[in-house]
Design a binder for this molecule. Sequence first.
Ligand SMILES: NC(=O)c1ccc[n+]([C@@H]2O[C@H](COP(=O)([O-])OP(=O)(O)OC[C@H]3O[C@@H](n4cnc5c(N)ncnc54)[C@H](OP(=O)(O)O)[C@@H]3O)[C@@H](O)[C@H]2O)c1
Length: 317
Amino acid sequence: MDSGNLSVQNIDDPVAGVGEVIVDVVAAGVNRADLLQRKGMYPPPPGAPDTMGLEVSGRISALGPQVSGWAVGDEVCALLAGGGYAEQVAVPATQLLPVPLGVDLVSAAGLPEVACTVVSNLFGTADLRPGELLLIHGGSSGIGTHAIQVAHALEVQVAVTARTQAKLARCAALGADILIDYSTQDFTEVITNSGGADVILDIIGAKYLRPNIDSLRTGGRLVIIGMQGGAKAELPIGLLLAKRASVHGTTLRSRPTTGPGGKADIVAQTRRITWPLIDAGKVVPIIDTTFSLDDAEAAHAHLDSGDAIGKVLLTVA
Ligand SMILES: NC(=O)c1ccc[n+]([C@@H]2O[C@H](COP(=O)([O-])OP(=O)(O)OC[C@H]3O[C@@H](n4cnc5c(N)ncnc54)[C@H](OP(=O)(O)O)[C@@H]3O)[C@@H](O)[C@H]2O)c1
């Protein structure tokens, strides 16, 4: 990873456009996408701020025109297309979520990106059902630690891969039923011996394409959301046909703000499915480390090290 090129600078205050609010940021989530953006490999979508940051928590300090249902002073968390590493950010009101019951304002910054990614992929794209077997690669990641809890709470059987026994133990405590140390075990063998996966949430991409398809049962759905193991691989189409299986790829950030499959729909779906689970204490934010914004460099290095379990956050105020 590049080093020494993150710095805090003065930029113009954001202005709330139609349907937007200004959030005074208290904390921002650090995501693997930020590490890629920093290397020039994941540019912000058109119209999004250049500043990094895909999620924040904070307080609404101003309302733009045509915003209803929110008030100045409300404590919120928000899904962003960028701009979260800042004191203030403009957000479409449709991308706001209330801070769930029992969650402190700083920890809430670690929820929007994982919660929206998990809901849109598992319950939108893959149509995951209670009783099915879900394989989550990277169980101890920010995405993984959240996905385990949500799936477990909705009575899905959960298998995870991770690199160490310590990480797998945390996954088990969060509700994972089948623990696979990918450094010593063949996940395809373990999953096949368990009857095959109905759904796989994959962050590895090319390197796992073949073993993932081998691990699916008939009618299985593979959803690829990351390319940590490369972007190009050969698709065994015959096997896919024989299993009546499907392969999907999605990103959250590049989705439109509104319209079918847009961020507004996903945030609403997440509020409907996941927020009651958090309010009830069945799903909790898993925060590994919180750094100050001035230490964003160290926060990136920590996430990049692979040692974090759950989310890394930056506090801004
Ligand atoms: N498409 C989307 O909309 C979307 C949205 C959010 C996130 N993502 C992607 O989801 C992934 C996770 O994001 P995050 O922010 O939660 O990242 P993170 O916390 O940094 O986690 C990355 C994880 O990758 C795991 N890993 C690395 N190599 C592995 C392998 N060969 N097999 C299994 N696990 C492996 C690491 O665990 P070990 O130490 O156990 O290896 C680590 O837990 C990233 O690739 C990110 O880009 C995609």
